[in-house]
Design a protein around this ligand. Structure first.
Ligand SMILES: [Zn+2]
Length: 266
């Protein structure tokens, strides 16, 4: 017999208003599957669960299975990421991370490493001491996201012929999934991104689970960001909306209060 009541730990990714006072919640369960669930009456003042369902909150949910969508009956707060929410710079990056988690997770398909990576990255962002570390944490998350979801680029040999690579001339082709040797490159005119050996070294370091570099040449961080954004955007098959907002916030004084226009663009 189908068990209609169940509980799960989950990270809230999105809370969309629905109808009169209800919310559709998108979350990543601790099993790494995407969950969409309805919270009836959660935006009413008397609701006991509404306060626990804001994005960027780890919760324990008690759910009831219904035909179309699970219904949230209870929610208990487990982790609020308050220090993350208190910094506009870190929070915009956390929203970018959560947009990617939503894009790369699937309903009904578990991926526990994705849940672990998500929590680790958000906690890493929360404890980042400056913007450079925040950006590196995001880049590291993006590469590991590709890894745990099966889209890891080839970084060590030519993705097509498996021959060794010329360390003075690295070319990355996103849609074939990694670095390409000069011989195979001719089969992909105009599609290669030339990247520096320093960036390749950093990517390999990330891949091997190495610690984050605290100081990197500016050129490498820009190059890495471009490469990882292009890769995640390609596999997601759409532009990552919050990246533009994140760049906008990075380019201005973050002590400024968030304007209504900024809020609308999130
Ligand atoms: Zn080749």
């Amino acid at each position: 017999m189908l068990k209609r009541h169940h509980k799960t730990e989950a990270l809230i990714l999105k809370a969309s208003p629905y109808g009169e006072g209800h919310t559709i919640v998108t979350a990543l369960t601790s099993g790494g599957a995407q969950l969409k669930a309805m919270a009836y009456g959660s935006r009413k003042l008397t609701s006991r669960i509404g306060g626990h369902l804001s994005p960027l909150t780890r919760v324990e949910l008690a759910l009831y299975k219904s035909r179309d969508m699970d219904i949230i009956k209870q929610a208990q707060n487990l982790e609020s990421f308050l220090e993350l929410k208190n910094s506009l710079s870190r929070m915009t990056k956390a929203f970018f991370v959560m947009e990617l988690i939503e894009g790369f997770s699937n309903t009904g398909v578990g991926n526990r490493p994705l849940f672990d990576l998500s929590l680790m990255s958000l906690r890493g962002l929360q404890s980042s001491s400056n913007r450079d570390i925040e950006d590196l944490t995001v880049s590291c998350f993006q590469l590991n996201l590709l890894k745990v979801t099966g889209f890891m680029p080839e970084l060590y040999t030519c993705v097509e012929c498996r021959s060794s690579l010329n360390s003075n001339n690295y070319n990355f082709i996103i849609d074939i999934g990694g670095l390409c040797c000069t011989k195979c490159l001719s089969g992909h005119p105009g599609r290669a991104i030339n990247i520096s050996s320093k960036s390749v070294e950093i990517l390999r370091q990330f891949d091997k689970g190495g610690t984050l570099f605290s100081e990197l040449p500016l050129g490498s961080t820009v190059e890495l960001r471009r490469l990882l954004d292009s890769s995640t955007g390609f596999w997601l098959d759409r532009e990552i909306r919050s990246r533009r907002f994140m760049e906008h916030m990075n380019s201005r004084d973050i002590r400024e209060p968030m304007s209504a226009i900024d809020m609308e663009s999130v």
